[in-house]
Design a protein around this ligand. Structure first.
Ligand SMILES: [Fe+2]
Length: 292
C-alpha cells in the first residue's frame, strides 16, 4: 500500500486533472474523449479519498461516510483523536488547501508583497468577485457555468494566499514589524488578514467589472488572468524561499489555464456572432440601434 505522502500526491494529481477536465467540459459538454477521461478520473479520486480516510483521516465529508468512520467536526489543524470509547469511532475532518502551504519562517516583508494577491487590483478576491458577479448576466449558459467554476476556484486561491500571509506573520514581533516595513500595517491590523494591495491601497469593487455584455466581460476576464499571471511572475522574481515559491508557481499555472479556458469561451461566443468586423461587436445590439 502507498505511504501517506505518496497517497496525498496521487490525490493531488488526480484532483488537478479532474478540475481541469471539469472546466474544459463547461464549454465542450459533448467532447466524448473529455467525458471518458472525466468518468475515469472521478471514481479514481473517490477510491483514493476512501483509501486515505481508512488509513488516516477523512479529507472530505463524503470520504468519511465511505470509510466507516464518523466525522466529528471540521478542523483546519492536525487531527485530534478523542479519548476513551469515542476514539474508535470519531475522527476529525482534515481540511486541506488546493495546494499545500507550509511556511516555517516568519517574514513580514514577504507577506507585505504577497498580500497584493489577496486585496490588490489583480488579486484573487477581485477575481472571484468578478466571475461570480458576471455569471448571472452571461447569456450563454455554458460560459456562465465556466464563470461559476473558475470564480469558485479563485476563492480557493484566496484561501491559499491568506494562509501564506498568515503563516509569514503569525509570530511577528514588534521589532521585526518595524525593520521589515510591516509597521504601518501592524498599527492598523496587527497580524490579522485585511485585503489590500502591496502598495497599501485597500480593496474595493472598482477593481473589477461586471458589465452585462458577454464580449466586454470575457475580454476583461482574459486581461484579468494575464494581469494576475504577471503579478505572480513579479512575486516569483523577488522571492527566494522555496516554501513560498512553490505555492506561487502553482497559482501562476492556474492563471495560465484560466486564460486558456476564457479564450475558448470567447471563441465559442464569437462563432455565434456576425463576425464581419475583426474586433468583435454585439450584432444584436448594433442592429437594434441601426449602428450597422
Ligand atoms: Fe485565475
Amino acid at each position: 500500500m502507498a505511504g501517506r505522502a505518496e497517497l496525498m500526491d496521487e490525490i493531488n494529481e488526480v484532483s488537478f486533472a479532474l478540475n481541469e477536465t471539469t472546466l474544459y467540459l463547461d464549454t465542450h459538454p459533448d467532447d466524448q474523449q473529455a467525458l471518458a477521461y472525466f468518468n475515469e478520473l472521478a471514481p479514481r479520486r473517490k477510491e483514493l479519498l476512501k483509501e486515505y480516510a481508512q488509513s488516516y483521516e477523512p479529507l472530505t465529508s463524503t470520504a468519511s461516510a465511505g470509510s466507516g468512520r464518523k466525522m466529528q467536526t471540521i478542523s483546519s489543524g492536525p487531527t485530534v483523536r478523542r479519548p476513551g470509547k469515542e476514539e474508535q469511532t470519531y475522527v476529525e475532518l482534515r481540511k486541506r488547501l488546493q495546494f499545500p502551504v507550509n511556511i516555517t519562517k516568519t517574514c513580514p516583508k514577504t507577506a507585505r508583497l504577497i498580500i497584493s494577491q489577496f486585496g490588490g487590483p489583480d488579486g484573487e478576491l477581485a477575481a472571484s468577485m468578478r466571475y461570480l458577479s458576471q455569471r448571472y448576466s452571461m447569456p450563454c449558459r455554458k460560459i456562465g457555468g465556466l464563470l461559476t467554476d473558475i470564480g469558485t476556484e479563485e476563492l480557493a486561491h484566496m484561501e491559499m494566499i491568506c494562509a501564506m500571509v498568515y503563516q509569514l506573520t503569525k509570530n511577528v514581533t514588534v521589532e521585526e514589524a518595524k525593520t521589515a516595513g510591516f509597521d504601518a500595517y501592524y498599527i492598523d491590523h496587527t497580524a490579522a488578514l485585511w485585503p489590500q494591495a502591496a502598495g497599501g491601497i485597500p480593496f474595493n469593487a472598482c477593481e473589477f467589472q461586471s458589465k452585462g455584455d458577454a464580449i466586454t466581460d470575457l475580454t476583461e476576464d482574459l486581461a484579468a488572468e494575464q494581469k494576475a499571471r504577471t503579478t505572480y511572475d513579479n512575486l516569483i522574481r523577488m522571492i527566494d524561499n522555496p516554501e513560498v515559491r512553490e505555492p506561487l508557481k502553482f497559482l501562476r499555472a492556474r492563471e495560465i489555464v484560466h486564460f486558456q479556458r476564457f479564450g475558448e469561451a470567447l471563441e465559442n461566443l464569437k462563432d455565434r456572432l456576425d463576425s464581419r468586423n475583426f474586433y468583435y461587436f454585439n450584432a444584436e445590439f448594433d442592429k437594434q440601434f441601426s449602428l450597422v
